[in-house]
Write a protein that binds this ligand. Structure first.
Ligand code: ALA
Length: 384
């Protein structure tokens, strides 16, 4: 199998991740914070160490400002529903994933919030003039993805964070496509809330993720219950991380996440990113020579994350993905990628697109094979 669906979930994982999950389950997976015995302490240590590893990666001073969630979607929900007040003005962009779009639509319905959607160009780049002007009108919150899961465009977080900081606006970042690949510095970028997932660039397993909130931001819990702390009280603790982490956590998954973060730190974020950039550049260069192909997102030579979406003239995107899988053993994702706003901006809402997303472990040969496969499908497309 040639796996080119890393934007959906990364695969394979480093050997260390498999071993960490296995070892946790076999020898250390008691309930963290819910017992005085050595195995419970060992499990608690896994959570603490993982928080510290993540804090180092994102330049977070206090690891307890990170709470674990089951994915980026849960983290974004916790951030938005935990902070928004009735009637708030919220700004986002026209290429966001449904993980942002749907909670915002719900906030419009349930809390009368007003959502302003900033336009993007054909590459998916934000209209920064419009964003600046809207922020200056005095909005409450800006929420954007670091990179689009459809176009691969990377957003200028530092510049946006400067605008929100100057205006006193809260800034939430969805880093689902970038954590573990792009540099993220919550201090330098003035990020107030950072949602991340564990199973993509961080090379961990599904069911892991988290939310960082800047010290001083009081999020309303969206889930209440046991935390292992203050068990004498039937009132939710008011301190982090316990306040937002009720219920037994995914300790084996978090052990895998720690191993993934440590692996990335060992290789170096820049080395991971550079390798992924090489692969996506090679893929783009090859695909753009194919007659009848339309490529979306930044052009060759422009910065993009390691994914690209394309369509072939007169060939359904689902059929392309099916044939890539069946005839060439290539795994990719076709359709709308849970991002109808992005496809509306690209005018691919009716057709969808095929997305190829290499990861750190892909080889040059994988990319050559993918280019050849798409070229053959393009030649044969009249048959379908
Ligand atoms: N959000 C993931 C994707 O884009 C699942 O495929």
């Amino acid at each position: 199998m040639i796996y080119l669906d890393n934007a959906a979930t990364s695969w394979p994982k480093p050997e260390e991740v498999y071993q960490a999950v296995d070892s946790c389950l076999r020898s250390g997976c008691a309930n963290p914070g819910r017992g005085g015995h050595v195995m419970a302490h060992r499990a608690g240590r896994i959570l603490t160490d993982t928080r510290e590893a993540l804090a180092g990666l994102f330049h977070i001073h206090d690891p307890n400002q990170i709470v674990f969630t089951s994915n980026a979607t849960e983290a974004i929900n916790l951030a938005l529903f935990g902070i928004a007040q009735a009637g708030w003005s919220i700004v986002t962009t026209a290429v966001e994933h449904n993980a942002v779009a749907r909670p915002l639509r719900q906030l419009e319905r349930s809390m009368g919030c007003k959502v302003h959607i900033i336009s993007c160009d054909k590459q998916g780049r934000i209209n920064m003039k419009e964003l600046k002007a809207v922020i200056q009108t005095g909005v409450d919150l800006v929420v954007i993805g670091h990179a689009s899961n459809v176009t691969g465009v990377i957003r200028p977080l530092a510049e946006i964070g400067q605008l929100t900081k100057s205006a006193g606006t809260l800034f939430i970042v969805d880093s689902a496509q970038t954590a573990g690949i792009e540099d993220i510095d919550v201090q330098a970028m003035n990020i107030d809330l950072l949602a991340f997932t564990g199973h993509k660039g961080l090379l961990g397993v599904q069911g892991t993720g988290g939310l960082y909130s800047r010290s001083g931001i009081a999020l309303r819990p969206q889930r209440f219950g046991g935390t292992g702390s203050m068990s004498e009280s039937d009132v939710q603790p008011d301190f982090l991380p316990d306040m937002l982490e009720s219920g037994t956590p995914n300790t084996p998954g978090i052990a895998g996440l720690k191993a993934g973060v440590e692996y990335i730190k060992k290789i170096g974020l820049a080395a991971v990113r550079n390798r992924e950039r090489q692969l996506i550049t090679k893929l783009m260069a090859g695909l753009q020579e194919i007659k009848g192909i339309s490529l979306y997102g930044p052009r060759l030579g422009e910065e993009r994350s390691a994914l690209l979406s394309f369509t072939l003239d007169a060939m359904d995107s689902g059929t392309i993905a099916y044939l890539l899988d069946r005839d060439y053993g290539i795994a990719c994702r076709a359709g709308l990628h849970c991002a109808p706003w992005a496809h509306r901006s690209l005018h691919t809402l009716q057709t969808g697109a095929v997305r190829l997303s290499p990861g750190y472990f892909n080889t040059d040969q994988d990319i050559d094979t993918a280019i050849q496969a798409v070229a053959e499908l393009a030649c044969s497309q009249r048959r379908y």
